[in-house]
Design a protein around this ligand. Structure first.
Ligand SMILES: [Mn+2]
Length: 316
């Protein structure tokens, strides 16, 4: 790991500017890691910003504290030949917050913990993709330790919250190193009280999700399927319902199906780790990891539901 860290440091020092970008609809993992790289680059004397196209609830959680680190759309001060583009928490040319940046900037490095796909970024000066890693926050925690970089308590708190989200409360992809990273963040001053506040949801959102859960049913005892046949949902909403279904007793695999646009349905798949969600998603034309995966499934929920049951029949 130290070799990767040293290479990252070398890259961050190589160019005049460092522009950082994460994935669309950014989350705390992408966002806090980006802010951290931005702070480190600034300490190395670079001009640096985190690029954002649009604000969401996660951005709202950081923008008061880190407003000067964020830029939306205007990248004029970042001359392409003098700028390193750091892509974090995605390696996809499609899911990157702004795909056009890859056309403009040719000095690119990628640090991610999602599987490679056909749309993975091809040309980069450094590419570290570790599928087994819980989060980029875990990577960044060990990186700042390695370079002895001090962060403020607010960022440590946000990182701890992000780590908890990416691991689904230390259940997904959690290793001894993940817990140690959490420990390091607490040592750095992360507040458990503020962290809970960051993770809390609105009453409306929780009640809405619980309503959706009523649509779920058990299949072959250990599978829960939830078909959201009314309206449109964000991929995050589908994922949250799929996450929630795994809390039901006996359930080991969960599927949440719903439309994400007028004519495109998507399924979010979760397992507790003894079946491979990524393999199931692959058969549906998607992808992911052992415990968490997704696929777009055309425009018929009925057809997709049948296909899912068939696939489940093959593995159980
Ligand atoms: Mn992540």
């Amino acid at each position: 790991m130290f070799e990767v860290f040293d290479k990252l440091t070398k890259k961050l020092k190589e160019y005049k500017n460092v522009l950082i970008v994460s994935h669309k609809n950014t989350d705390l993992d992408g966002l806090t890691s980006s802010l951290l790289i931005c702070q480190i680059a600034k300490k190395f004397g670079k001009t640096s910003n985190v690029y954002l196209n649009e604000k969401n609830d996660n951005v709202a959680k950081v923008e008061n504290l880190f407003a000067s680190d964020l830029i939306t759309s205007n990248c004029e001060k970042f001359a392409p030949d003098e700028t390193l583009l750091v892509v974090l928490d995605t390696n996809s040319m499609v899911y990157i917050e702004e795909p056009k940046l890859l056309e403009i900037y040719k000095h690119v490095i990628v640090i991610d913990h999602h599987s490679r796909t056909e749309s993975s970024i091809k040309d980069s000066e450094m590419c570290y993709i570790n599928n087994a890693l819980s989060s980029i926050i875990e990577f960044m925690t060990y990186y700042i330790k390695h370079i002895n970089f001090k962060i403020d308590e607010n960022l440590a708190t946000l990182m701890l919250a992000g780590l908890e989200i990416d691991t689904n409360s230390f259940n997904f992809k959690t290793t001894p190193d993940t817990y140690k990273a959490a420990g390091i963040l607490v040592e750095l001053g992360a507040s458990l009280v503020l962290k809970q506040e960051i993770l809390r949801e609105s009453r409306e959102d929780i009640i809405k999700r619980n309503e959706l859960l009523k649509k779920s049913y058990a299949y072959k005892d250990i599978v829960s399927i939830c078909v959201l046949d009314e309206g449109k949902y964000s991929p995050v909403e589908l994922a949250q319902v799929a996450d929630e279904l795994l809390h039901f007793k006996n359930i080991e695999i969960s599927f949440c199906l719903g439309f994400v646009s007028k004519d495109e349905a998507r399924v979010s798949i979760r397992t507790i780790g003894n079946y491979n969600a990524g393999d199931i998603a692959l058969k549906l034309g998607g992808g992911g990891s052992v415990m968490s995966a997704a696929a777009t499934v055309g425009n018929s929920l009925d057809k997709a539901e049948k296909e899912i049951k068939k696939l489940v029949g093959e593995i159980i």
